[in-house]
Design a protein around this ligand. Sequence first.
Ligand SMILES: [Fe+2]
Length: 194
Amino acid sequence: MNTGPKVTTSPILAELISSVREASAADDFRPEQVRDLLTNVLSRGDDWLDRKYQTRHGEPKGKLYPLFRAEDRRCSILVAVFEAGVPAPVHNHGSWAVVGVYRGRERETWFRRLDDGSSPGRADLEVQRTWVNTPGTVNIVPDGTIHTVEAIDGQDAVSIHIYGTDIVTQERSSFNVADGTEEAFSPPFSPTDD
Ligand SMILES: [Fe+2]
C-alpha cells in the first residue's frame, strides 16, 4: 500500500499530507480541520502541485491519483483531473470528504434521495442543488452525500480530495439517475509509485 509522501516531490503537497496525517491521529478528527488545512495550501499563489498530477495523460475519462492512504484507514488524499464536459459518475464516498479546486472550474451537483434504500439496486434521486467551484474553493461533503462534478469552460479541472477513510478500498455506490439504479462503484485509480 502507498502510505507515505514518497510519491511526491512538491514540498507543499508533502506538508499537506503530513498535516492531515497528524490531524487524523486525534480522536476528534473532523472534516472542518481538513478544510482549514486544504484552504491554507490552496491559498499559496504559486503553481506548487507536481505537474505529473495535473494531466490526464490523454485519458478521456480523467485521472484519479491517490497520493496518500493512511495505514489505519483514517484518511486518504487524491488528486482528480477531470476532462471538460465529461461528468463524473453520480456517486457517494462512504465517508465525509473535503474537496478543493486547484485549477479550472467545476460544476458540482448534489442529489436528494427520495426512496428509503430498502430495495437493493434501486435509488430514486432528484437534484438538490448545483453550483460552480472556482480555484481555491474548498467544500465539506458530508457522509451520505450523493454528487457529481464536471469540469466546465472547455478546460480540464484539477482538484484535491481528502476523505475520512481509505477511498481506494472503501465500499461505495454509483447511481444512474435516469434509470433509478444503484451499483457498487470502484473507479480506476492511477498508480502513483514511480
Ligand atoms: Fe466525489
